[in-house]
Design a protein around this ligand. Structure first.
Ligand code: HMG
Length: 407
């Protein structure tokens, strides 16, 4: 049903979503009328609110993940990201789609102490209090416990001059910052009473190493391209300048989906970047290998994405995004997000090692350039048509064409 959907109009795409039962009547009206967050609601989200900043909201098609078809909602200002996702997902689908795995979804919070008088003694005391501390933490969150979540384990470690207590919590479908921060604030003074130390702080960590997700794909591809993609991965692992850009391409997908679903993409990004440097060197998050005629791709990342809590589903577009995805729980959303990241990476690498990024990207960027050059809506398509075969396009080229059109 999605064939050529990008050649259709905005309203036709919304009709398709309705026909395919991805959205209900309320979502349909909201999208059709291009509604956005009301000022009243926006004023409740942040402080000193003065307006609402619009970011285009679109869909990427062709995703086959663990045998199920998905349409991916994406909020993104950059041209060619959605096209790249559709393109990569189409190629990967033809080879069987993505496979994912995820073992656990546990968030971590920590309390740090300094000026600890007897470090070894303090570690022993905290270790002997583990069960009591976990119980106290859980007693502060009866709702979370009732739903089956809660603190599961507690660790203590020494990091330079700091004594650190880590609390690992099953926050179910939420990122869980509020629950974890409350738990930590409950147990921090109790620990402090027993050890001789000062408390520095207690806060959730966005480094969610107990919430790892893996997305994989295996595809048929021309040997020359497959080998170059593998080499591109080795290059990223050799040169941090390349690794950062490689990973930026992955975030094109991850951030767009995180933003569309109302998630805290800064927290997700910070954790994943730290994971890219887990071996003491910032490296490619993705792995690509060409073996026995197949290109094998893998992305392993910590994924603290949530389907509940924060501003999720309060912003109507976030709710619509969940509807489009079939209302996944947090674990399923983590799996989907990793696949979108891997797809973006594949599309970019494929372009980079073949025709270069400019060809596909610039073709789609002409519209942004035209807006920047001051073109009116009815002039944008004319400019795009005139420049569609140009190899390199600058803003000056677009301005020249605009002047010609207006002559
Ligand atoms: P193409 O092969 O020239 O286009 O790709 P095509 O017209 O032959 O279309 C191929 C497929 O792409 C289509 O298949 C669609 O699935 C999709 P079809 O449905 O026709 O059978 N497609 C589109 N989907 C939605 N809207 C569109 C659209 N056009 C094609 N308008 C394309 C053109 C841009 C897709 C390709 O060149 C590509 O994937 N390039 C990568 C672009 C990219 O990565 N952009 C992100 C911004 S650049 C960046 O920030 C990251 C980077 O620095 C990261 C890094 O360095 O690793 C690059």
């Amino acid at each position: 049903m999605w064939k050529d959907s990008y050649k259709k109009t905005r309203l036709e795409r919304i009709e398709l979503l309705k026909e395919g039962k991805y959205i209900d009547d309320k979502d349909y009206e909201y999208l059709k009328n291009s509604e956005v967050l009301s000022d009243d609601l926006a004023d409740k989200f942040i402080e000193n609110q003065i307006s609402v900043y619009g970011i285009p909201f679109g869909i990427a098609t062709n995703f086959l993940i663990d045998g199920k078809e998905y349409v991916i909602p994406m909020a993104i200002e950059e041209p060619s990201v959605i096209a790249a996702s559709c393109n990569a997902a189409k190629i990967i689908k033809a080879s069987g789609g993505f496979k994912t795995s995820l073992d656990e979804r546990i968030m971590t919070g920590h309390i740090s102490y300094y000026n600890v008088k007897n470090i070894d003694g303090a570690v022993n005391i905290i270790n002997s209090m583990k069960e009591e501390l976990i119980k106290l933490a859980n007693d502060s969150q009866p709702n979370l416990i009732e739903l089956g979540g809660g603190a599961q384990s507690l660790e203590v470690d020494i990091k330079d001059e700091f004594l650190v207590v880590y609390l690992h919590v099953n926050t179910l479908d939420a990122m869980g910052a509020n629950s974890i921060n409350t738990m930590l604030e409950v147990i921090a003074p109790i620990i402090q009473e027993k050890i001789s130390a000062e408390k520095l702080m207690s806060i959730i960590s966005n480094y969610s190493t107990h919430s790892l997700v893996v997305a994989e794909c295996e595809l048929d591809i021309e040997e020359k391209i497959g080998k170059k993609i593998e080499m591109a991965c080795r290059f990223a692992n050799s040169d941090v300048y390349r690794a950062v850009t490689n990973n930026k391409g992955i975030f094109n997908g991850i951030d767009a989906l995180a933003l569309a679903t109302g998630n805290d993409w800064r927290a997700i990004e910070a954790g994943i970047h730290a994971y890219a440097a887990r071996n003491g060197k910032y490296m490619s998050l993705s792995e690509w290998k060409y073996e026995n005629g197949k290109l094998y791709g893998r992305l392993e990342i910590p994924m603290a994405i949530a389907s509940f809590g924060g501003s999720i589903k309060i912003n109507e577009i976030s709710k619509i995004s969940f509807d489009i995805l079939g209302n996944p729980d947090a674990k399923t959303l983590a799996r989907i997000t990793a696949c979108v990241g891997l797809a973006q990476n594949f599309a970019a690498l494929r372009a980079l090692v073949t025709v270069g990024i400019q060809k596909g990207h610039m073709k789609l960027q002409i519209k942004s350039f035209a807006i920047y050059a001051g073109a009116k809506l009815e002039e944008i398509d004319l400019i795009t048509e005139k420049l569609k075969n140009a190899k390199h396009i600058t803003i000056e080229d677009v301005k020249k064409v605009l002047l010609e059109i207006r002559k």
